[in-house]
Design a protein around this ligand. Structure first.
Ligand code: ADP
Length: 656
């Protein structure tokens, strides 16, 4: 038996490995199984180039547990190691055998994993003692037994081993009972090794028979050796992509909307498949994450630093040997490769979306509502993506027709340009609530967009900022979005100078007080009365909400530093249409009747001012004011509960 010191500069590397190198103990299994798969792949490579001439036989990697002996064993029938190789690859641990092998067999060894540096030694994170039994594929080499108890001293001796390949035996430490549990190991294998290219067997398949679980002859294979992303897109059908989606997320019932197959070999290596899920609500978003692999070994599903944040809404896999692993997150962010990968994925995703849009508009439109959130998030957070996405990001009008923003602007430009050359896009966030306003807009020949998405308010602001008047435009106006109920239509798209106000200041003041007396008093909600000389066929009284203030409030819900707007009370304007016959009647009544009917002045009270008399006259006389205010609320979908039932009762009264 030979003894020696493991060739590391520090006298004891194991405490370092145990404590600092890997934060997750469980990855030891990933490392050992990767090595076993790696050794098997190497043997296949040697066979393919004719250097290995014997039978390859069963090449499964096997994982087994012995609860009595407290051991976990990883067995392969790969190339094995000679004593010299154990010395070189295990004892001089800084040396990575994979690198040398890849250099030698560059063209054939693409599938070699060995990217994790100190992989084998991670076994000491959970084991008090590790043994290697290995028999090289080279016929005349002796088998080797190596063992080490976690000190820098190892034992090495010749041994007899019947089969080619390597057994790594871990004598688990007292704190690591969990790795003796079948369910734990199967779970880890499914997490880290689900898509490794060599079959991995963990025990035998089981079946329920007569209420009992019985073991079958067949090996329990935990992985899929040919995952879709490693195959050529032209060899895959739609079904294959869907099947793979379900291999990736066994709990997911829903089908993805579409997929993107990534395949890059220059200037970095990257393959993968990304899927667009249906995103219904926020809860869905973080359920299935993109998984990152390194040569088919699962690395992480925390990809926030590798792909832009909006892309984390997608599902699927990314596999790249060029993403540095086992390094800190801040390092990842500054890594040049990672940056390139991120911008490449962005481009691919945008190109693919455009392709789908171009080739099958109807299909794309039918899926639009499900991908809208993702695309708008991308456009808002990534300038490059924005530029690409303007070609396929859609808006929908109340008739259910879809347009790109450019198409839409071209459609409404003629009708909806105001006297200063500004193009005004009308929209609604709730077609039912805005029914009256929408109808009015339609009558005028205007179109209305439906903007009821979570990010629409931000999207609108972005579209306004990005808009540039085209060369041919006479007046270089701006693009403005206005919710259809944010003011009278005549004001939203002003075609000519505002008509002159016909009411005197006193008349206005009188009406204002009279109407104010009818408005509900609510906390965090202010109502103001204002006057407009709108058309005679518009409603006599309108409720509108200032576009700017409302948008600021809505945006503050998503954006930090905007809470100021969120705290302000909501504001509505009750607009009195002074051209409406009913309002004109009221004004006349007010002017003629105030003088006649004066409210009684109680003893000791000052005589009431003219304005107050008006209020008294108008409100005291009949219910028309209250009715008009209610109608304004009703037309905006704001009349609810008690107010609504009062309105109904009063309306019935008026009909008598
Ligand atoms: P890496 O995998 O990064 O090279 P490891 O410490 O995991 O680092 O392994 C060091 C070397 O030991 C490997 O490159 C390989 O040459 C050899 N080795 C490890 N496990 C096996 C195995 N099961 N069969 C054959 N060789 C192995």
């Amino acid at each position: 038996m030979a003894q020696g010191n493991i060739g590391v500069t520090s006298t004891n590397i194991f405490p370092v490995i145990k404590k600092f190198l890997y934060s997750d103990h469980e990855i030891f299994l990933r490392e050992l199984v990767s090595n076993a798969v790696d050794a098997t792949q190497k043997l296949k490579t040697l066979a393919s180039v004719g250097e290995f001439k014997d039978e390859l036989g069963d090449l499964k990697v096997r994982i087994s547990i012995d609860k009595q002996k407290r051991t976990l064993t990883v067995t392969d029938r790969g190339i094995g190691m000679t004593a010299e190789e154990v010395n070189k690859y295990i004892n001089e641990i800084a040396f990575s055998g994979a690198e040398e092998f890849v250099n030698k067999y560059k063209d054939n060894a693409a599938a070699i994993i060995g990217h994790f540096g100190l992989g084998f030694y991670s076994a000491f994170m959970v084991a008090d003692k590790v043994e290697i039994f290995t028999q090289s594929w080279k016929a005349d080499e002796k088998a080797v037994h190596w063992s080490c108890d976690g000190s820098p001293v190892y034992d090495m001796e010749d041994t007899i081993k019947a089969d080619r390949g390597t057994d790594i035996v871990l004598h688990l430490g007292a704190d690591f009972d969990e790795y003796l549990e079948d369910s734990k190991i199967e779970g880890l294998l499914k997490k880290y090794c689900r898509f490794l290219p060599i079959e991995i067997a963990f025990g035998k398949k089981k079946e329920w028979k007569d209420g009992k679980q019985v073991e079958l002859e067949e090996d329990n294979i935990v992985n899929f050796v040919n995952p879709a992303w490693t195959r050529k897109p032209q060899d895959l059908t739609e079904e294959d992509y869907k099947d793979f989606y379900h291999q990736l997320y066994p709990d997911q019932m829903e089908e993805p909307l579409f997929h993107i197959h990534l395949n890059v070999d220059y200037p970095f290596n990257l393959t993968g498949i990304l899927y667009f899920p249906k995103i219904k609500n926020n809860l869905d978003i973080h359920r299935n994450k993109i998984q990152l692999y390194c040569n088919q070994v699962f690395v992480t599903d925390e990809v926030e630093n590798i792909v832009p944040q909006y892309l984390t809404l997608l599902h699927g896999v990314i596999d790249s040997p060029d993403i540095p692993l086992n390094v800190s997150r801040s390092y990842l962010q500054s890594d040049q490769n990672v940056k390139k990968i991120s911008s490449h994925i962005t481009k691919k995703v945008a190109d693919k979306l455009f392709e789908i849009y171009r080739d099958s508009k109807e299909d794309f439109q039918s899926k639009w509502e499900d991908i809208k959130l993702f695309i708008q998030f991308g456009m808002l957070s990534d300038e490059k993506f924005y530029e690409r996405a303007t070609k396929f990001a859609l808006v929908k009008n109340i008739a259910g027709e879809y347009f790109t923003m450019d198409e839409y602007i071209a459609k409404v430009k003629e009708q909806q340009t105001d006297k200063d050359g500004n193009i005004v896009v009308l929209y609604t966030q709730d077609p039912d609530a805005n029914y009256t306003h929408i109808n009015h807009a339609k009558q005028k020949g205007y179109d209305v967009l439906v903007m009821d998405g979570e990010l629409d308010v931000h999207y609108i602001s972005q579209a306004e900022q990005k808009y540039q008047a085209s060369e041919g435009d006479e007046k270089k106006g701006m693009l403005r979005f206005a919710r259809v109920d944010s003011d009278l239509l005549e004001n939203l798209i002003r075609k000519e100078e505002a008509p002159k106000m016909t009411l005197s200041d006193e008349q206005q003041e009188g009406l204002r007080k009279a109407f104010e007396a009818q408005l509900p008093k609510e906390q965090k909600l202010n109502y103001y009365v204002s006057f407009e000389a709108a058309s005679a066929d518009a409603l006599p009284v309108f409720l509108v909400q200032n576009e700017f203030m409302r948008r600021m409030r809505e945006m503050s819900a998503h954006q930090q530093g905007m809470s100021f707007y969120g705290e302000l009370p909501e504001q509505y304007n009750l607009v009195i249409n002074t051209n409406h016959p009913l309002i004109q009647q009221l004004t006349e009544a007010m002017t003629s009747e105030t003088v006649l009917e004066t409210p009684e002045t109680k003893e000791g009270e000052e005589p009431k001012e003219a304005v107050e008399k008006t209020v008294y006259t108008l409100t005291g006389k009949d219910d028309r004011l209250a009715e008009l205010v209610d109608i304004a609320f009703l037309a905006s979908g704001k009349l609810k509960g008690e107010a609504l039932s009062k309105f109904v009762a009063r309306s019935l009264e008026l009909l008598k």
